[in-house]
Design a protein around this ligand. Sequence first.
Ligand code: NAP
Length: 490
Amino acid sequence: MTGTEKHNRQLRVVIIGAGMSGILAAIKLRQSGYQHVAIYEKAGRIGGTWRDNSYPGLSCDVPAHAYTYSFAPNAEWSRHMAPGPEIQAYFEHMVKQHDLASCIHFNKEVTACEWLGDAWRLGTRDCGFEEADVVIAAAGVLHHPKYPQLQGLQKFEGDCFHSARWDHGAALDGKRIGVIGNGSTGAQLISALAGRAAKLTHFQRTAQWILPVENPAFTEAQKQALRDDPELLKQAQASESYLAIVDHFTRAVIDANSPELAHLQAAVEENLERSITDPVLREKLRPQYRAACKRLIVSPDYYQAIQHPQVALVNDGIECVEFCGIRTRDGVLHELDVLVLATGFHADRFVRDMNVVGSNGRVLNEVWAERSFAYLAMSVPGFPNFFMLNGPSGPVGNFSLIDVAEAQWNYIAQLLEPLREGRYQQISVGQTAMDDYEVSRIEAARNTVWASGCSSWYLDAQGIPATWPWSYAHFREVMTTPDFAHFDCA
Ligand code: NAP
């Protein structure tokens, strides 16, 4: 039987979101001969998180060669951890190279998906409609900015914006800048703005552990060697040292009592002791929880930046925002020209902004009333032919989300095969498999470092870590082949 004869149906696939994982899905579908592939993108540009985030100092804290599609290595990365604009340019290049422009519908926000019994009906904000046999939701994880509930915030008269909505019209040089939040974003911002601002004030609510990882530039000779030798480039993508770090890191985070976590703890403590000379500042910066309980911050120079003469760390707690700055609980008014809200994202939103209605009128937002969940982060019972990339409970730690999405795509592609062959019309995970998965996932999640006593975006409303609680090796193994016995196929 030839490939074409085997495929009795030309499936219509709609991908929601033209970020890293949506572009990946489109490339893979096209390469496998799917002819009806459309990406619906609510913005006017591709790129997802790399489009939305454009703040000074934005960089990926995963090695650049590991944060690259496996099928599209890139010898041109400028640094070991690539700056954000370079990553955005890489995805734009991918869209061109794979000729995807014609299948991306920009400014088309999908607001509703309804299962009609044999297909999905998608509604867009501009009142358009589309039908699809399969929906791939690639809508991102850290996508919806979280604004702090601070008294008087709207009264501030200077420039004020969220880190993921950077106002490039706001002047920074020589200004008094305040940054609220010290997650990965806040830390990168302080490193980038120290020395530019007349006064830079970092408002810290909870201290963070910081792992010092240098980020040297690739020399021209190193890049040339990668250009000349595809084998070397391939090795750079899945370098043994990176895989060993991932393995070490996952062992640490999934078992709060592991020697690997103790090792990580020692490394971050040593960084704090060694880097901060003032004992008062050092104690302000010392977290009262385990390393990696919050997402670990990777920074070669945050501690250096926070000790810059024009930078101040304020941890007195914010009382309110006034028209000219922030008043802290000790009564001090910190006058500011610019206020940046590096206050994170609503990490449990996923596809909640759409009204997703599955079989028998099941509404996803109601199914997810207690928590967002999906079997292997992809499929929810009663929502046939609806698959998520980087959905709830995926491995979103300090890993390459590209690698995660590729592994998930490998799995989803296999689920689509029987639909394509016409053997089934619909597939979604069965309720028993879903329940068993969630029970064991939650049990395992309780042993992870994320549940060891801190607050973070990993935790769901019940305080249970909402991420993959097993090893990364196990994730990759599970993604190899679907067990169709766990799926309702009709
Ligand atoms: P985040 O980790 O959620 O950090 C938000 C920060 O804002 C925290 O310090 C939080 O304090 C603070 N905050 C929130 N509301 C506040 C309030 N009302 N008053 C005072 N402080 C408040 O957000 P993020 O830094 O944007 O990072 C989110 C994730 O994006 C990262 O964990 C990472 O996965 C990803 N990211 C990755 C990179 C990279 O290099 N690859 C770069 C940036 C972001 P508390 O800790 O007290 O809650």
